[in-house]
Design a protein around this ligand. Structure first.
Ligand SMILES: Nc1ncnc2c1ncn2[C@@H]1O[C@H](COP(=O)(O)OP(=O)(O)OP(=O)(O)O)[C@@H](O)[C@H]1O
Ligand SMILES: [Mg+2]
Length: 402
């Protein structure tokens, strides 16, 4: 076997997979560390950005930092939570909390010993799930009162340890919703509960991670959410960070191939600086090169093949779910000059007039955009402008031909 085959491909394209080298994000880390210094929690964290920009792995990186700084860390991924009731939210919080609290003991009485010295034995009970649920169930009032009671009790125990507080970290938090028709407001309840306990100086901090729809959703549920969160928006990587993301993994693993500056530039360009695409492209290039090395042929970046692979592996599935008319609309959008930034209904309407035989009316465009938002291809920001929710989607749409 050739020596080169012994090297595992170091790149990791895949949701939530820690990259071999996490490039950039220093500014975000500094901001997070500042949040950790709060004694009274005035600001909670929202970590947001497009699909594949690196939110989940950055949250993973924040976790040991917080623990190092003496915080407890609880939480989970909310992607399964399509529709939660207030009670489900409570169970969620208690379940997550109990993972760390169950190692704490509480004294529940004393048993007089039978021994001749009359020694007594302390009766202790771990603060586990059922213990917390009992507090929840025995507290009268609304769901929010009950959750608060559990959290206040937990703090009465944690405050006697060396821990500063607890971070409640929830990924895919854009899935949290209020449901007015069902009279269930889990999102609002969560915000109310945390705001209220933070006012009582209990250092429990929320770290919510999600797509760009997340923060507008929080503010829509409770206007004070605007002031309650520090929003960190992850963007594409800078040129120098891209370079690191591409070069470091092969260097650190002593791989038999290296990316020459020209190749780095090409990969960096195709990726648009989006971390997922960097991992994806580098993984492909690496595999192709290793094979060619064994065949003894020269190495260059097979740009067309890689773009085609990206189209089938990443974009095609999303495109397949769009209707013909939606595809037409997406094609119009992809031909707007500002399609990679923000665009308006009017801009789409104007272009659709020249672009298609049968243009779109403004109201029709609005309707379709909201459908496309539901299916996760488009999102609307707080100022009523629209963007593609999937990075580099515009180029793919243009490649499909109008
Ligand atoms: N700073 C970085 N440097 C290099 N690679 C990164 C970086 N951040 C993320 N990645 C890679 O990008 C991919 C996507 O990361 P991640 O799953 O964290 O994104 P995400 O924003 O959570 O996406 P989604 O919205 O789909 O949940 C992974 O393969 C990860 O290894
Ligand atoms: Mg994620």
């Amino acid at each position: 076997m050739m020596a080169s085959l012994q090297f595992k491909n170091p790149f990791r394209p895949g949701a939530g997979h820690m990259p071999p080298y996490l490039a950039g994000r220093e500014a975000e880390e500094r901001q997070f560390r500042r949040l950790l210094e709060q004694d009274t929690i005035l600001e909670n964290l929202v970590l947001t950005g497009l699909r594949g920009v690196g939110k989940t792995v950055l949250l993973e990186k924040f976790k040991p930092i917080a623990i190092q700084e003496n915080w407890l860390w609880v939480g989970t991924d909310l992607s399964e939570t399509i529709s939660v009731s207030e009670n489900n939210l409570a169970i969620r919080l208690i379940t997550d909390l109990s993972v760390v609290t169950s190692s704490f003991m509480i004294k529940i009485g004393e048993k007089q010993g039978m021994g001749f010295a009359g020694s007594s034995e302390k009766l202790v009970q771990p603060i586990n799930y059922s213990f917390l649920v009992k507090i929840y169930e025995e507290t009268p009032g609304l769901v929010s009162d009950k959750i608060k009671a559990v959290l206040e009790f937990t703090w009465s125990i944690v405050r006697d340890t060396d821990r500063r507080g607890i971070i409640f970290a929830y990924d895919e938090a854009q899935n949290l919703s209020d449901h007015a028709q069902k009279d269930q407001f889990p999102l609002s309840v969560m915000l109310d509960v945390f705001q209220s306990i933070q006012r009582k100086n209990i250092p429990f901090m929320l770290a919510l991670v999600g797509l760009p729809t997340l923060f507008p959703k929080l503010v829509e549920a409770r206007t004070y959410a605007e002031r309650m969160f520090r929003v960190l928006t992850l963007d594409r990587l800078s040129d120098s960070d891209r370079k690191e993301a591409i070069e470091r993994p092969v260097r650190d693993a002593n791989c038999p191939i290296t990316f020459k500056p020209k190749s780095v530039e090409v990969i960096s360009d195709i990726s648009g600086g989006y971390p997922y695409f960097i991992q994806f492209i580098c993984r492909e290039v690496y595999d192709i090169w290793i094979q060619r090395m064994n065949e003894g042929s020269e190495t260059s970046i097979p740009e067309d093949e890689i773009i085609r692979k990206l189209d089938t592996d990443f974009f095609a599935g999303r495109w397949a779910r769009a209707t013909d008319r939606q595809r037409e609309l997406l094609s119009v959008i992809a031909n707007l000059e500002n399609c990679d930034g923000e665009f308006t209904v009017q801009e789409i309407a104007d272009l659709s007039g020249n672009f298609l035989n049968k243009g779109f009316s403004n109201s029709h465009i609005s309707q379709m955009l909201s459908k496309l938002t539901e299916s996760g291809l488009i999102y609307k920001n707080r100022h009523g402008k629209y963007s593609f929710a999937v990075p580099l989607m515009s180029g793919f749409v243009r490649r499909q031909g109008a």
